[in-house]
Design a protein around this ligand. Structure first.
Ligand code: DX5
Ligand code: ZN
Length: 236
């Protein structure tokens, strides 16, 4: 059965002076998640937002809070984000060794949240093999993490397809999320390759009409996803 992709607008591109208004707007427009980009100035050069923002967001929306941790010490900070109300938490494979990664996934699950692991553009799909059966979602970075508004790195869609294969090889089917430079032109590429969740920062919030922009990305992705499914049914 065909499942529509879910759009996860990244509030890094929202208007922080009117964050409540922007959250209400994407909720009304049919977003699937609120994507929260947490950066610490160490794992990535940029510094953004943390636990207090997640706490406030939890009061402001019914949408699931999808917290993307681009921080050097996720194991230390994880409990705070889980307490604050994160519904899904993504840790980076590059920030943790294999044992730490399993501990992070277990801690997220113990709190009743969904666990995701992310790979940067230069980390191979194969690096996910040891954990792919244990996660609810894989986040494929289609830009170098750190800043919104960057251009999609070509070939990221092929990486999505490779990750789908890595998962299938062990009988797993985590959601695949793609993050970075996603808009009406790039969403069809990754949706056709098997992406389920698309993070959009600038494509939504820098648009004159963010609700219409969200709908346009969703429609472009769904059209491509449907065509790909017709050509090669999932699981075939
Ligand atoms: C980048 C962040 C992204 C980013 C997306 O490090 O993880 O979520 O804000 O922004 P756009 O869609 O503008 O590339
Ligand atoms: Zn992100």
């Amino acid at each position: 059965m065909f499942e529509s992709v879910k759009i996860a607008p990244s509030i890094l591109s929202a208007d922080f002076m009117h964050l409540g208004r922007d959250i209400a707007l994407i909720e009304e427009a049919g977003a699937g998640y609120v994507h929260v980009d947490v950066m610490d100035g160490h794992f990535v050069p940029n510094l953004t937002m943390g636990v207090p923002v997640v706490k406030q967001l939890k009061k402001a929306t019914n949408l699931p809070l999808d917290v993307h941790l681009m921080i050097a010490n996720p194991l230390e900070q994880l409990p705070w984000f889980l307490d604050a109300g994160a519904d899904s938490v993504t840790v980076h494979a590059e920030a943790l060794d294999a044992d730490q990664l399993m501990r992070a996934i277990a801690a997220i699950h113990a709190a009743g949240a969904k666990a995701a692991v992310s790979v940067k553009p230069r980390t191979t799909a194969g690096a996910l093999a040891p954990v792919i059966a244990d996660v609810d979602m894989v986040l494929v970075m289609s830009v170098e993490p750190g800043f919104s508004g960057q251009s999609y790195i070509e070939g990221s869609d092929a990486k999505v397809a490779r990750i789908v294969d890595v998962a299938r090889a062990v009988g797993a089917s985590p959601l695949i999320q793609v993050d970075g430079g996603i808009g009406v032109k790039t969403a069809p590429l990754v949706a056709a390759a098997g992406a389920d969740v698309l993070v959009c920062g600038n494509a939504v919030f820098a648009a004159d009409d963010p609700a219409a922009a969200l709908a346009a990305v969703q429609a472009a992705a769904d059209e491509a996803g449907l065509a790909a499914l017709a050509a090669a049914p999932k699981g075939a």
